[in-house]
Ligand binder design. Structure first.
Ligand code: C2E
Ligand code: MG
Ligand code: MG
Length: 456
């Protein structure tokens, strides 16, 4: 086969020989299809289907890539409309080069289609693939911010390769990172790579972006990523790229893969430990005569705004069927009440030595919170509906905790009576399309059995 030239690409675009195939993306929490990635294919006469690796690099080098990206928007809009009819709520992505963003036409074309209702912004994701380092200057950032203002999702592709740096991640408004498939594929052979992937998942969580792992080729890698809290997976083990009709059939089939929220519970546990550490660090680092800012008081007091609280009232709601999940609310509130007392005392000028008794109490509430989170994990492992007995630390009675809010209460371990019907306060997220790991507050109560890995 002779080398491909730019003229060949121009001809192919004019003759509409490019098409999209779609690779499914799976919510590793729910075990269901949550989206797809559009991957270009070239139907080249009698040479069959040409993969993007054979012509995208040339298209990028020559600058013709933007003509291709723009030329494919019709196909993308038509295909995603069909998908939306078959399976509403999925998020479909297409790949764009940095050049496409630098050239303002893509942004304008997307905005036009969104305004005309030809594209659903919340159902659309742009994956920024990079073969030249992104220069995240003000106009580049401004364009991505405009897309975000329309609620289009933005993913950094191939995170972990030389082309997508942490610096770019920090400078641009990404909503997702896609961990490079090379790293993911090597997870089973290399502990170092597995650690890098798991740490990237944690980093994504702390940054508040969705983490997508691509290149999942085995069940072992799938399960490990799931246990590490990865929200979305893509790879041959779940599904290869396929023509649109096959994707529509897959969406209609209701096929499922193993779902499990253990990784998210683990994240919540780490979130809690980090909150406590930040509180104590801040206290220890306060210069003697410095005023304690009001924001620190809010940080200590607000049990719905800390990351654990946001998890509890957001994605964690899918575990609301578990009683031990509900048991978490009371010690978590008490923990924050205790945190607020500590910070209030510090604002009145108390020194850390004077706060030790309160800090001891904080640790006890903290132990209860962690005990409940472990209980949630155990409940998922056992698939049991009610698992108070698996909660290694007895949850406190709601009445006792209410008391602890107002006055200097006794130490939490003395309140060993069990909460009865401790209710969860409902989340307040509005309607709209969410990533799968952001389950809506109104999510139906999921049966614990469906949350536990099938192997138990
Ligand atoms: P990408 O965006 O990172 O897409 C993922 C690639 O990995 C796809 O290859 C997909 O088929 C492959 N893949 C997914 N799961 C697995 C797995 O489990 N094992 C293995 N071995 N491979 C897996 P594909 O379709 O050949 O695309 C290659 C690259 O070409 C894409 O990487 C993307 O960078 C680029 N590309 C594809 N379509 C477009 C497009 O429309 N525009 C632009 N600018 N680039 C595109
Ligand atoms: Mg991609
Ligand atoms: Mg990629």
């Amino acid at each position: 086969m002779s080398a491909i030239t730019v003229a060949d690409l121009e001809g192919a675009l004019a003759r509409r020989e490019f098409t999209y195939w779609y690779q499914p993306k799976i919510s590793m929490v729910l075990g269901t299809l949550c989206g797809a990635e559009a991957l270009i294919r070239w139907r080249r006469g009698d040479q069959g289907l040409v993969p993007p690796g054979a012509f995208i690099p040339l298209a990028e080098e020559s600058g013709f890539i933007t003509e291709i990206t723009l030329g494919m928007l019709d196909t993308f809009a038509r295909d995603t409309a069909a998908l939306e009819r078959e399976a509403p709520g999925l998020i479909t992505s297409f790949n764009a080069s940095a050049r496409d963003i630098e050239d303002g036409r893509l942004l304008e074309a997307l905005e036009r289609r969104i305004e005309r209702g030809e594209l659903v912004a919340e159902a659309t994701e742009v994956e920024l693939t990079e073969s030249a380092v992104i220069v995240a200057d003000a106009s580049f950032r401004g364009r991505l911010n405009r897309l975000r203002a329309h609620k289009v999702h933005l993913a950094m592709d191939d995170f972990g390769t030389g082309y997508s740096s942490i610096e770019t991640l920090s400078a641009l408004p990404f909503t997702a990172v896609k961990i490079d498939q090379g790293l993911v594929r090597r997870m089973e052979q290399s502990e170092k790579d597995a650690t890098l992937v798991e740490t990237s998942i944690r980093m994504g969580h702390r940054l508040g972006v969705e983490v997508v792992a691509e290149g999942i080729e085995t069940e072992g890698v799938y399960r490990r990523l799931q246990a590490a809290g990865c929200g979305v997976g893509q790879g041959y083990w779940m599904g290869r790229p396929m023509p649109l009709p096959e994707l529509l059939a897959l969406a209609a089939s209701g096929r499922s893969w193993p779902g499990g929220a253990r990784g998210l519970v683990h994240m919540a546990t780490l979130d809690h430990l980090e909150w406590r550490k930040a509180l104590v660090d801040e206290l220890l680092m306060l210069p003697p005569d410095r005023e304690v800012p009001a924001s620190f008081l809010r940080f200590a007091a607000d049990s719905s705004e800390c990351r654990l609280g946001r998890w509890y009232h957001g994605p964690g709601r899918q575990l609301a069927a578990l009683e031990v999940y509900q048991d978490l609310a009371a010690p978590h509130d008490a923990l924050h009440a205790c945190g607020a007392r500590i910070v209030a005392a510090a604002r009145r000028g108390a020194r850390v030595d004077d706060l030790l008794r309160e800090l001891d109490e904080l640790s006890l509430w903290s132990t209860q919170v962690i005990g409940c989170l472990h209980g949630v994990e155990h409940a998922m492992l056992l698939g049991a509906r009610s698992l108070r007995q698996a909660c290694s630390v007895a949850p406190v009675a709601v009445g006792d905790v209410t008391g602890a809010r107002g006055e200097a209460a006794g130490a939490p371990q003395r309140r060993a009576s069990r909460a009865v019907g401790a209710s969860t306060s409902g989340g307040s997220q509005g309607p709209g399309r969410r990533r799968p790991s952001e389950a809506p507050a109104s999510a139906p109560r999921t049966s614990p059995a469906s949350l536990a890995p099938p192997s138990g």
